[in-house]
Design a protein around this ligand. Structure first.
Ligand SMILES: NC(=O)c1ccc[n+]([C@@H]2O[C@H](COP(=O)([O-])OP(=O)(O)OC[C@H]3O[C@@H](n4cnc5c(N)ncnc54)[C@H](OP(=O)(O)O)[C@@H]3O)[C@@H](O)[C@H]2O)c1
Length: 338
């Protein structure tokens, strides 16, 4: 089958090529993928891969149609429409993965083969019904950013209606999804971007305040909230935005971090942290239970993920380079069989 796989070093190691599809084992399902979505993780995977390792199909996000099921799978059948949960082998809502399926925690798309391919063979418990109101691109794009931002906002951030949520770097797929979820939950939202056109698009998506990333936006959040600050800051950039993110945080506020695209080494003023009862919380992905809750929340509020641009599977390497250039506003997707 055709796939975008990585072998070698950096983005140059990603190629469109033929890959073998494995047999469908006990408890597994073969899905014919209709669409997949890119995440910054795919770029990290290319950058960090061992040069001498075997080729690995990239991609964590996908949606498609069940092609065939393995022994023991009785609740899915060929023709069913599904989405892929890339947070592997984490079942129940818990602070950390508990190894419920008897194997260690992994994220799909390395070391296991991912979704940038015509087919994927995957454990039954990694699949959920595709929300009917989403098209294939939207369904694929929702998965990884959906579970991560849902957990970051609700489980870790303890978001309630009326809270203020600050989201620096709104161009990212995760950031736009966090904006949509926060708005649907009744929050007031402040976003930042380095690009004026993205600030405009964010306003159109419902951002209450949109400011330049290099402005004193910590102060802008305080002005916007009559001095109080943001109850929750969603950090995915790191070094470039950290200082303003901390300055934006309210007394008792929670800075939830799950990415460091702009570098991971930051300074923390401990006295300021404890004197303002603030928390810095790290999180990654989420459990199957949270994935199911996220799908239900998305359906209830009819939330359509933001699609920036679609590339055919054959142009997946160009799509990776486009994402690496940070020109996107929302999610970059691959059309596989649309
Ligand atoms: N741990 C997890 O479970 C998890 C899950 C999802 C994502 N992540 C991580 O979260 C991060 C975001 O991922 P993503 O795929 O949504 O988007 P992304 O491709 O990393 O882009 C995020 C956005 O950050 C802004 N940005 C990047 N570098 C910047 C800099 N130096 N200064 C200021 N702003 C900068 C840009 O926004 P503007 O163009 O608007 O300025 C960019 O569009 C990544 O690091 C990813 O690995 C982690």
């Amino acid at each position: 089958m055709k796939a975008i796989a990585h072998q070698g070093e950096g983005l140059d190691g990603a190629t469109y090529r033929d890959m073998e599809l494995s047999d469908v084992g006990q408890g597994q399902v073969c899905v014919r993928l209709k669409a997949a979505a890119l995440n910054h993780r795919d770029i990290w995977t290319c950058m960090r891969a061992e040069p001498g390792g075997p080729p690995v199909i990239l991609g964590s996000d996908g949606a498609g149609i069940v092609e065939r099921v393995g022994a023991g799978v009785t609740d899915l059948a060929p023709g069913d429409e599904v989405v892929v949960n890339s947070s592997q082998d984490w079942a129940g809502r818990a602070e950390v993965p508990l190894g419920e399926y008897g194997v260690g925690y992994k994220i799909l798309g390395f070391p296991d083969h991912g979704t940038f391919a015509e087919y994927i063979v995957i454990a039954r418990h990694q699949l959920e019904p595709k929300p009917g109101f989403l098209d294939w691109r939207e369904a694929a794009a929702l998965c990884l950013v959906g579970i991560t931002t849902y957990r970051a906002l609700f489980t870790e951030g303890r978001l309630e209606a009326g809270h203020t949520v600050a989201i620096p770097g709104i161009g990212g797929g995760a950031a736009t999804q966090a904006l949509l979820f926060a708005k649907a939950a009744g929050a007031r939202t402040v976003v930042t971007s380095r690009k004026p056109d993205k600030l405009e698009k964010a306003r159109a998506l419902g951002a209450d305040l949109a400011v330049a990333s290099d402005a004193d936006w910590g102060q802008a959040v305080r002005d916007f909230t009559a001095g109080r600050g943001a109850d929750i800051v969603i950090e995915t950039i790191g070094e470039a935005t950290w200082k303003a993110s901390m300055a934006a945080l309210a007394n008792g506020g929670r800075l939830v971090v799950f990415g460091a695209t702009g570098g991971g080494l930051v300074e923390i003023d401990l006295a300021s942290l404890f004197l303002h009862w603030q928390s810095i919380i790290g999180t990654t992905m989420g459990s199957r239970e949270e994935f199911q809750d996220m799908l239900a929340f998305t359906e209830k509020h009819q939330i359509h993920p933001v699609i920036d641009r679609a590339f055919p599977l054959a142009e997946g390497v160009e799509a990776l380079r486009y994402l690496d250039g940070a020109g996107q506003m929302g999610n970059v997707v691959l059309d596989i069989d649309i």
